[in-house]
Design a protein around this ligand. Sequence first.
Ligand SMILES: Nc1ncnc2c1ncn2[C@@H]1O[C@H](COP(=O)(O)OP(=O)(O)OP(=O)(O)O)[C@@H](O)[C@H]1O
Ligand SMILES: [Mg+2]
Length: 376
Amino acid sequence: MSEKESIVQSPSAEKKYEEELTFLSALPGNRPTGWALAPQQIVSFICGSEGEKLKRPNKSDVDAPRTLEITEKFVGNRALVERCVITLMGERGLMLVGEPGTAKSMLSELLSAAISGSSEMTVQGTAGTDESHLRYGWNYSALIAKGPHAEALIPSPILLAMRGGKIGRVEEITRCLPEIQDALVSILSERRLSVPELNTTEYAKPGFNLIGTANLRDKGVSEMSAALKRRFNFEHVLPISDFDQELSLVKSRTNTVLPKDLAKNVDLAVLETLVTLFRDLRNGVTNEGWAVEKPEAVMSTAEVVQVVAAVVRNHEHFPKKSAMDHVPGYLKGVVIKDDQSDLDRLLAYWDSTVKRRAENEPLWADLFAARNELTT
Ligand SMILES: Nc1ncnc2c1ncn2[C@@H]1O[C@H](COP(=O)(O)OP(=O)(O)OP(=O)(O)O)[C@@H](O)[C@H]1O
Ligand SMILES: [Mg+2]
């Protein structure tokens, strides 16, 4: 395979962070049966080593550097990540719930990559998900030719996770119909799956568990059956609360999203302005304590990164007087999805907060001058 063919847009976490995972596997610690890393190393992998270079023992014969700083991947509460790891050691699954764009999927992928060395045993929940996606299906031509036999069975990613003692993931679980979701009840409580057609039972190996993610905007969490809810420990993932943490995440994500030559042109003041703007609209109040009417739309960190990247690209290819001139156009795309009254809220924000800041701050003055772009 040529180098170009082997490059993908978004490699899995276990590929992307292969060196860190190999390095962490050489550090001491008690690993639960079936796990690739000890709990402390999993938390270090996800939350980073806080600027410290970790050192691995001399005698370990892994192909990794002797010392390595572990990058911070999930920005947020370390205790939450610890609880996630502890939950996955127990008999319940882990359910990550929260607003869109709060890194639930990212956290679930990082946890499974660190625990199992693989994050690919994943089912994407949709209204069309059926039992075969969570249990097993059949290769019908093999079934017709020879009747039910083991080779005709097509295991779901969850069954593969059970067989391999790995973490299975169900993304957007609440988008599946409740009666389909309930296929997971017996898998989680009995840790086995019966296959009546073959008169056999598949048993989960040690290390198997499930991570579900659910988006609170989908409003489906309340419709999950009580039986299934009881088989998961719920963790709420919140938007990043600290300004500096969010700014530094947006900076580093922008660096990875944009090509190097563009990323180096990103002005920190532009980033600060956009992070401030998104936080005002998300929180409904500014740093100065001024009230802001919150739009219905999702104003997550992921959206900030998208807008920053689009503004920088646009300014590079079709420059205007100020980079800020491009902001209203992209902001409209984020804020005004299906609720036109969100445009009024945005205009009200412009006429209050943006206008007030424009008196003293040049970038906010540029933003205010571009107000027309919101209505055209
Ligand atoms: N706390 C955070 N730490 C690190 N990255 C974050 C954080 N919050 C948001 N992000 C960024 O946002 C991106 C989107 O996250 P992700 O897709 O995992 O969100 P999600 O919660 O699963 O959203 P959805 O509910 O829409 O599926 C991440 O890839 C990351 O770049
Ligand atoms: Mg997600």
